[in-house]
Structure formats: C-alpha cells, structure tokens
Design a protein around this ligand. Sequence first.
Ligand SMILES: [Fe+2]
Length: 160
Amino acid sequence: MYKTKIDLSEKIRRNVITILNDRLAEAIDLQSQIKQAHWNVKGPNFIALHELFDKISDAVLEQIDDLAERVTSLGGTAEGTVAVASKRSKLKNYPLSITAGKDHLLYLSTQLAAFGKAVRAAIDEADQLGDADTADLLTGISRTTDKYLWFLEAHLQDKA
Ligand SMILES: [Fe+2]
C-alpha cells in the first residue's frame, strides 16, 4: 500500500482494493473471451456478431482501465496481468470448439451475466465500506454490462 492524502482509511482502502482487483481479474478474463468469440464466430450473422463482439470488448477494455486506476488511486497495486487474471478470475473457461453464432451468444451472455452479478454484489460491498466513488464506478460498469447482456440476449429472444 502506498501512502496517500486521500480521506479514506487504510483499512477501507485495503478492503476495497481486494474487491477491485477481483473484478479486474474477471474483466480481463471476460474481455479475452469476448475477443475469442469475435475471432471465431461463423455463420449467416457473422459480420453483425463479429462487430458487436468487438464493440463489447472495447467497452470492457475501458472498464478494465477504470478498475485498475481506481486501485492505484486508492494507493494499491493494480494486479492486471493475464497470468494473475487467469488464476484469480472465477469465470468459467470459454469453450474453444464452438463456432455457431447462437452458441457464442449463449456462452457470452452467460459470462456477461456472471460478471454482472459479481459487480452488482461489489457495489453494495463498496457502499458498506464507505467508498461511494468505487460504488459509483461499479454501478456504471454494472449498467453497461446489463446493456450489453441485453444486446446479446435480444438475438436469442424471438418471443417472451
Ligand atoms: Fe478484430
């Protein structure tokens, strides 16, 4: 932990940093999975899905940067290498064998939902720890995740 003049105690910062580094690991894992889908999707909706997956990947890349920089703003070390992310992320591994658009949509929506659930839980944790700014950051990430979950699921929902 680095010294900082920020008016949050070291104890609070330590706890929040752990939460942020956990979500950072998942975001890095998730972003690599979205790129995996972007590269390997096949079928009649190829170009639409290829481009949609890239757009979601860009959004998650921004979230990765925001999570990491909140860690360093709090005097912590952002633990954002792929090696660390792969050990720390609780997301399931992405299957390498799938090709059809529908299968990628199913897997990616499951992964986005799992990430969204972890982020939503982290909002309350940050709030309880008294770090409203981290709670706000996580709320923004959660809202964007929900939006892209809708973009993915809308392809699979022809009726309610
Ligand atoms: Fe690309």
